[in-house]
Write a protein of this length. Structure first.
Length: 175
């Protein structure tokens, strides 16, 4: 029984390494451009209601953020500095179920940032274009000396970029 319980964790870890290694080969994107990651619901992602488990959404969102960083070519510079991404809060709204073996896209984009946090939107889109779930998250990077300012992360891109204004929707979320 212990071996069977480890299978979902191993599959998720394999997905992580696949995203880590392939994201740097995919088309490079700019900081405010969305990254779309094609995915499929596997049996280890499904709960007793025969759809994508609510908790698995958060794990898959981690992969979407890794893909975003990889496609911006930030993963290696960030890990080289021993900076780690940390999720501070997530607000998710479920709209439609994702069934076993169903293909979907996870679209991740940076919406804005402040002196501490990055604010992102992550949308689970079914192949017909309908939205299965929408999440808004805030995260930061933590290094050996503590929190890393978003300006330092953006600075790794070699560009001086200002944050877009925070949308009213994000301001209304009780982070």
């Amino acid at each position: 029984m212990q071996t069977a319980a480890r299978i979902p964790a191993v599959v998720l870890l394999l997905r992580f390494f696949l995203v880590y290694f392939t994201s740097s080969w995919r088309k490079r994107i700019t900081p405010l451009e969305p990254a779309t990651l094609p995915m499929r619901v596997w049996l280890n992602d499904v709960d007793l209601n025969r759809h994508l488990n609510n908790g698995r959404y958060l794990s898959l969102m981690d992969l979407g953020r890794m893909d975003l960083l990889g496609r911006m070519r930030l993963l290696r510079p960030i890990f080289r500095r021993r900076w780690l991404p940390v999720l501070g809060a997530a607000n998710i709204r479920f709209r439609r179920s994702l069934e076993p073996f169903e293909k979907f896209n996870l679209r991740t984009r940076v919406v804005c940032w402040d002196e501490k946090w990055f604010y992102m939107e992550q949308v689970f889109e079914k192949r017909d274009g309908s939205v299965a779930a929408t999440a808004h998250v805030r995260g930061l990077f933590r290094g050996p000396e503590g929190n890393v300012a978003p300006s330092a992360i953006v600075g790794l891109l070699g560009t001086r970029l200002e944050s877009p204004p925070m949308p009213e929707l994000l301001q209304s979320i009780p982070w």
